[in-house]
Each structure stands twice: as C-alpha cells, then as structure tokens.
Ligand binder design. Structure first.
Ligand code: OAD
Length: 250
C-alpha cells in the first residue's frame, strides 16, 4: 500500500470542525464487493443500459425484468459485509458525538452497508435496495430474505412491489434531500468519498459547502470534476485512506 499523505492543515481543519458532513458513493462499497455504476469493466452500467432498467417507464413497460434485476442486486448486497471504509466512518461518527460535534453522513448508496457498520441517522438520498414499496398502499417493507416468490413481486395488499430506490427522472426523497442540503450548507468540513461526482443534486453538495465557507475534500480512486474544486484531494482507496485519516486524527 502506498503511503497516504494527509495534509496537516486538513487535519487541523478537521480537529477544529464542529460540523462535519460526508457524502459517499459507490466507491465506498466497492471494497465490499458491491459493483459501482460507471467503472468501465466491472460497473453495473457496463453490462446494463440504465435507461432500460432504472426508470419508472422501464418498470411500467417490463416490471418482471426490472424487479428481477433489482432483486438480484438486493440478494448480492445482502451477502456483502461492510469494509474498513464503512467502519472508519461509523467510528468517526461515534467519536464526533462523544466530543459534542455533529457528523452527518449522506449517502448515494442503496446497500445499507453504512448502517451495517454502525453508522446512524444515515441520509439515504437515493433510497435503499433493501426496502420495497407497495404501489397500492405506498407502504414500505424491509426485504432481507431470499428471492421473491414471483416477479414482479406483490405485497400482501396485492399491489406490485418496487424497490424503494430513486430512478432516473424521479425526485429525491424530500426529507432526505432537505437534510442533505442543510448539512452541506452548514458544515465546517465537507468530504466527498467514492463518487464520480456526476449525478446531481448530490454532485452539487461539495460546491454548496464550499460556497458556504466550508473546507472541502475529496477521497476517491480516480480524479473527478470535483477534484479541482475541493481544497484537498486524496486519490486512493477509501478502505485505506479513511482508516489512515482516523489514525492521523488520533
Ligand atoms: P460511480 O460508479 O459513478 O463512481 C464510483 C466512484 O468511486 C468512481 O469515481 C471511482 O473512481 C471510485 N472508486 C471506485 N472504487 C473505489 C475505492 N475502493 N475507493 C474510493 N473510490 C473508489 O458511482 P456513484 O458516484 O456513487 O444513482 O454514482 C452516483 C449515482 O449514479 C448512483 O447513486 C446512482 C447512479 O445513477 C441512482 O441510482 C439514482
């Protein structure tokens, strides 16, 4: 593992911060074995055309194919474990709380691995694969079991079940979007981790934090459009950088 260089003034900013906001993307779950979206060879979008699967139109056109695909992703995710990146973020949240500081975790991920690692009050701006919603009652049900007995699955009320994730063309969950924007606009330090920074409004939160006077940083395997905007950029694996960052913070 190449030595990770963490700037001392970034560490000072983190030590002085009363409010830290974090945005995570698929890169944080990559080391748990959850495929990202845009990685050329291994990403989900390399094999599937998102427009054929991740839209309300695709669901109404072919609910069986769409629910089979999402349920396959759900079953895969249920087999995955949190990795050191998830655990470092959960530990960081606990130590901030112990020091009377706020630590807000906003995630684009739908795998609930942050919660599995012990993070709490996670703001899921793109919903969750583990929850499915009945189209008749709008009731959510957590699905942690095996494959559905039929596709498309139905609720006890007899309505079609859809994954409680945000599809292209759909609005973000209102409360989550509001909480995420508030956290980005009021934090002292904002860190974007493991995201290509291409999907808005999530990709705009670092800019919002910066324009609100926060110190901004990016931790990502590859450069992104945010790399030149962030005050600090650490290129590498989240599962290696985050534990090193926590160790440096002591
Ligand atoms: P992407 O697949 O677009 O980007 C993943 C990012 O993680 C890339 O920039 C990689 O360089 C980086 N990465 C990969 N492995 C990493 C590792 N081990 N450590 C650190 N970084 C790593 O996924 P997202 O940015 O999360 O939206 O995608 C954003 C949204 O686009 C998703 O939430 C989804 C998709 O459409 C919806 O489903 C609404």
């Amino acid at each position: 593992m190449t030595p990770i260089e963490i700037k001392s003034d970034f560490l000072s900013a983190l030590r002085e911060a009363n409010h830290i906001a974090i945005l995570t993307g698929a890169g944080v779950s990559a080391e748990s074995g959850v495929p990202t979206f845009r990685d050329a060879l291994t990403g989900l979008w390399a094999k599937y055309d998102p427009m054929q699967l991740a839209t309300p139109e695709a669901f109404s056109r072919d609910p069986e194919t769409v629910t089979r695909w999402y349920d396959q992703r759900r079953l895969n995710v249920l087999k995955c474990e949190p990795n050191p990146a998830h655990r470092a973020l959960a530990q960081w949240q606990r130590s901030c709380a112990a020091g009377g500081r706020t630590f807000t975790l906003i995630t684009q991920n739908v795998d609930r691995l942050h919660q599995a690692a012990g993070s709490t009050d996670v703001i899921e701006i793109h919903g969750s694969l583990i929850e499915w919603r009945c189209l008749i009652t709008q009731r959510l049900q957590e699905c942690r079991g095996g494959p559905f007995p039929q596709y498309p699955p139905r609720s006890d009320a007899g309505g079609l079940l859809r994954p409680n994730v945000v599809w292209f063309g759909e609005a973000l969950p209102e409360e989550a979007a509001r909480a995420a924007e508030h956290a980005a606009g009021f934090c002292d330090v904002f860190i974007s981790i493991g995201t290509s920074g291409l999907v808005y409004p999530a990709a705009g939160y670092l800019h919002l934090a910066k324009s609100s006077g926060a110190v901004t940083a990016e931790i990502n395997r590859d450069p992104t459009p945010a790399t030149d905007v962030a005050d600090y950029s650490m290129l590498g694996k989240a599962g290696e950088i985050l534990p090193a960052l926590l160790q440096a913070l002591g």
